[in-house]
Write a protein of this length. Structure first.
Length: 231
């Protein structure tokens, strides 16, 4: 009897929360689902566990997201939406091109370092060969802004005479992403093989500066690089 009553009370409470603030319920489901998918993968995550940790119900999760695949797909969309929204908040258009590129690289490195769940989700999606990204109508559009931002920075840098000719913003994005991503994706194996010196706060600060310097040296003209060295 107590179990039945508790279940009914939970169901009633879930419905009440949904009526009072449906967007908060949806956000809570996405938050918990992000942790579950990042930890256990698509196949290992369980809707029952997500429902229990959100104090909602499987029925409500299915109402919002359709099915488990739909929930996973929206978790991916939300993860990319957050990183691109934060990227736009940098307002790099107000900076000179060198400072703008530096700020963008620092942001990417720090975001990935602070958000290992994002890295794990991307790794999981790569295991699925990007199948769920293909199903999304919004992820490609969301991520186009990353290239648009770099294109804008690069055009300004060419006008200012500080960036080399012939660079492709997509190549720059690949390099920035690769170094920032590896810092998190391979941390467990790297530290077990070589020790954790680079995983400490001091080590992460040093790596961030190294990544920034690497990207800037790649993008800058020789004279602009020499000027940067003198500063």
């Amino acid at each position: 009897m107590d179990v039945v009553t508790t279940t009914k009370e939970k169901s009633s409470g879930s419905r009440q929360r949904w009526k009072q603030d449906p967007e908060a319920v949806r956000s809570d489901i996405l938050r918990v689902a992000t942790e579950e998918f990042a930890t256990n993968g698509l196949s290992g995550a369980r809707i029952d566990d997500i429902a229990a940790k959100t104090r909602t119900s499987k029925r409500m999760i299915y109402y919002y997201f359709g099915d488990k695949d739909g929930l996973y797909r929206q978790v991916l969309e939300e993860a990319y939406r957050k990183v691109r929204a934060q990227e736009q908040e940098l307002d790099v258009e107000q900076l000179d091109s060198v400072e703008a590129l530096k700020r963008l690289v620092e942001f990417t490195f720090e975001h990935h370092s602070r958000n290992p769940d994002f890295i794990r989700l991307v790794m999981i999606e790569n295991i699925h060969h990007g199948a769920y990204l293909d199903q999304s109508e919004v992820i490609a559009t969301l991520n186009r802004t990353a290239i648009d931002t770099l294109e804008s920075i690069y055009r300004k840098g060419r006008r200012e005479g500080v960036f080399r000719s012939g660079l492709k913003p997509l190549d720059l994005h690949w390099q920035i992403s690769a170094m920032s991503f590896f810092n998190v994706s391979n941390r467990a194996t790297f530290t077990r093989i070589f020790g954790d010196a680079l995983a400490t706060p001091a080590g992460q600060s040093r790596l961030r500066k190294l990544v920034v310097a690497t990207i800037l040296r790649y993008a800058l003209t020789p004279s602009a690089a020499a000027e940067l060295d003198r500063q």
